[in-house]
Design a protein around this ligand. Structure first.
Ligand SMILES: [Zn+2]
Length: 61
């Protein structure tokens, strides 16, 4: 088991943990009103940036 050589200070601990947070994914709202990830096709209406794109394989509408 690895044993630390010196105790890390509260400041060093905070500096290390400053990168530990999980980034919250950005959400945009499509023209149909459903939340969508940016730079991706809306899963409910198959539109990208307001433009209709080809149907996906599992489209039911
Ligand atoms: Zn949509």
């Amino acid at each position: 088991m690895a044993v630390q050589q010196n105790k890390k200070s509260r400041s060093r601990k905070g500096m290390r943990r400053s990168h530990d947070h999980v980034a919250v994914p950005a959400v945009i709202y499509c023209k149909c009103g459903s939340p969508t990830l940016p730079h991706s096709v809306c899963p409910s209406c198959n539109r990208y940036n307001g433009h209709h794109v080809g149907n996906t394989k599992d489209s039911s509408n």
